[in-house]
Design a protein around this ligand. Structure first.
Ligand code: FES
Length: 217
């Protein structure tokens, strides 16, 4: 499920967590993806399954403008086409060998992946400073109750903390977990960032406690 009010877009990661030349696992309602950034900085979202023998591509590596599988080294371009099969160096891989890809957008230091065909761009988050992401063993409902607030039309859950206003951007994960991206309103400096980070951790604990109680009932 995408962030509940953001239409087809899922906020899968903060830009800072995907440097050039790296690949990380991520998740959308369409399943697991390998999110990677090429050496030149272009971001791609590929299905997390190598067409050869099914190895997770998020376990692979990025070299130049390609993502390579860790198992037998088949490499794929940003459009999902197979570029190279090391065991057959003279072969041009057929067009039929492809990995599925998803639309991806990077805006305001957040990376969004489309679920299905997007009808618009992801929401803008101007004026918000991304701090960190953390995983909660709790669903959206428990997090909103713990925060004491509802989501805005852009999918942001706002909480007032002593360090300033914190905005949470939620992304549903496998097994009922939620990835929480923590953003701070305005650049209030390091102490505010530390305070916001602690406030988010405290909110996560409350949400997880609520989730446990709900499961126990
Ligand atoms: S499983 Fe990926 S190259 Fe063989």
């Amino acid at each position: 499920m995408p962030s509940d009010t953001t239409g087809f877009w899922t906020p899968v990661a903060l830009s800072r967590d995907l440097p050039a030349g790296t690949v990380i696992p991520a998740w959308t309602a369409a399943g697991s993806i390998a999110l990677w950034r090429s050496a030149s900085g272009r971001i791609s979202a590929s299905a997390d399954r190598c067409p050869h023998r099914g190895m997770r591509l998020s376990h692979g590596f990025v070299r130049g403008e390609a993502l390579s599988c860790i198992y037998h080294g088949w490499s794929y371009g940003q459009a999902g086409n197979c570029l190279r099969i090391p065991a057959h160096p003279g072969l041009t891989p057929p067009e039929t060998i492809r990995v599925a890809t998803h639309d991806v957008e990077e805006a305001d230091s957040v990376i969004w992946v489309a679920v299905g065909t997007p009808v618009s761009k992801p929401p803008r988050l101007e004026g918000l400073i991304p701090l960190r992401s953390l995983t909660a063993f709790a669903g959206f409902a428990a997090i909103k109750v713990a925060a004491g607030s509802k989501a805005s039309p852009d999918g942001l859950v706002e909480i007032d903390a002593s360090s300033g206003t914190i905005c949470l951007l939620l992304s549903a994960q496998e097994d009922g977990r939620t990835l929480i991206h923590v953003l701070l309103k305005g650049d209030a400096g390091l102490p505010a960032g530390i305070g916001a980070s602690r406030a988010a951790e405290s909110l996560r604990r409350r949400a997880e406690d609520l989730q446990k109680k709900e499961i126990a009932q």
